[in-house]
Ligand binder design. Structure first.
Ligand code: HEM
Length: 180
């Protein structure tokens, strides 16, 4: 996972529960990096998964909720570092296509070791769009949260659900975004 994600996770957790809580997490997690994250390094995915699991346990919330809340929070941070051209979109559906066709492509060009998910668009009407989220990291709840953050940025209200989810016995994860 790119360092930017872990640096932002650190900021997110400190914003919610303070620096002391973050320090405790890092102590208990006993990670190879010792939690001294910087944006220029790529870390083992397990570090993020471990920290998310520990936050969920300590705060007595689900892993799903931690992923979702972090995704929603982190979108504005991704938006700030997005390649030029990414700021021209004013609509959630257009933006989601742009992520697959151009934004994540640029991210990958700039950081060849970045691992970005693939979106396969399945159906779209004026108010409802569905896509297959494909990633070995299986962060579909994080993805749901990001879509909410995106909608907030675009000034649109949406419902996001999954018609199929690998974590709930499905063969794949299909996100359904509905403008409301
Ligand atoms: C604002 C523009 C965006 C930028 C600059 C951006 C950039 C990035 C970066 C740098 C990563 C980390 C890659 C790695 O650690 O190897 C990432 C991961 C990810 N992005 Fe984006 N992103 C953007 C928008 C979005 C949107 C709108 C979505 C959701 C629909 C999304 C979904 C994800 C997910 C789910 C991951 C986690 C990795 C995975 O699932 O395998 N991103 N993105």
């Amino acid at each position: 996972m790119k360092g930017i994600v872990l640096v932002k996770f650190n900021e997110f957790i400190e914003e919610l529960w303070g620096e002391g809580f973050w320090d405790k997490l890092i102590n208990e997690a006993d990670l190879p990096s010792e939690g001294a994250y910087t944006t220029v390094v790529t870390y083992d995915d397990q570090e993020l998964f471990m920290l998310i699991g520990l936050v969920a346990y300590k705060q007595n919330i689900s892993v799903r909720d931690v992923q979702f809340a972090f995704g929603k929070w982190v979108f504005k941070e991704f938006y700030n570092i997005a390649p030029s051209g990414a700021h021209d979109f004013e609509d959630v559906f257009e933006f989601l296509h742009a992520v697959q066709d151009f934004i994540h492509v640029e991210v990958k060009k700039l950081n060849p070791n970045a691992l970005v998910p693939e979106f396969k668009f399945l159906s779209e009407t004026f108010n409802k769009l569905s896509f297959h989220y494909i990633s070995p990291r299986k962060l579909c709840f994080f993805c749901e949260g990001i879509v909410h953050g995106l909608a907030e940025q675009m000034g649109q209200a949406v419902n996001v659900s999954q018609s199929e989810c690998e974590h709930e016995g499905g063969q794949r994860c299909v996100l359904v975004v509905e403008k409301v």
